[in-house]
Design a protein around this ligand. Sequence first.
Ligand code: TPP
Ligand code: MG
Length: 276
Amino acid sequence: MLDTRFKSFSRRVRLETLEMIQRSKSSHIGACLSLVDILSVLYLGILKIFPNDALNPNRDRCIISKGHAAAAVYATLAEIGYFNKNELATYCRNGSYLTGHLNHKVPGVDFSTGSLGHGLSVGCGIAILEKRENQGFNTFVISSDGDLNEGSTWEGIMFAAHHKLSNLIMIVDYNRSQALGNSDKIINLETLESKFKAFNWLVKVVDGHNHISIYNALISCKKCKECKPKVLIANTIKGKGITFMENELLWHYKNPIGEHYHKAKKELEFDLCEQQ
Ligand SMILES: Cc1ncc(C[n+]2csc(CCOP(=O)(O)OP(=O)(O)O)c2C)c(N)n1
Ligand SMILES: [Mg+2]
């Protein structure tokens, strides 16, 4: 049941994201598609959120450090009810708050990102205050290969372990690809799992497109009583869901127009019909 809800949510968000990026002639479709399944599980099944009262102080915080995947995040937030889906049509238009990189003025966005390497440090700050004041919420940070190439992220990784921030859960959208090449050719992160363990984090590795695996891993992170920050390394595929985009670097920046758009839409719509 839950699995069906995640699947259907992801499919709608993928389709919405394609429309937004195509219409605005913007970039980052591959990055968005990589993240969609993680977002679906988080927003539908894990986060304590209040879409009608977005700034409720009891909410879990969610900082998405790969802010270039804004289209998928806005589509998710609209689906979940933070704002009207019609607003998605203004994505990347002059004057719209739905900017091409994440904007905290949008209901549901906790922190503006886009310049990689900032999310974890901010997440650490929020988590340490929560721990001191026992406010009763968790902080989630979504990271990526490029985000982990930034020195500030590793400062956060050390800081979180030192301060035993057990209320901090990081998710790495680990598609092993970046803007201009594969991660192993840019700055190799392997072996990422053992690095986090050496920094004294609790580590879980999952298939980042298997909703139930992501869900179970996050539930167990939330329940875990160990005094350590937790990280979920989610193995993902850039461009996931549109076959000709999967693992194709081109789709980091390229906008899907004409033939490409129609082919992509057909595949996603077929998926939606299959499911009904
Ligand atoms: C500090 C900084 N340097 C460079 C960029 C330009 N840039 C945009 S996305 C990206 C890399 C994307 O790869 P990754 O972080 O792994 O995310 P993915 O798109 O694979 O999900 C880069 C280098 C940036 N946003 N911030
Ligand atoms: Mg990547």
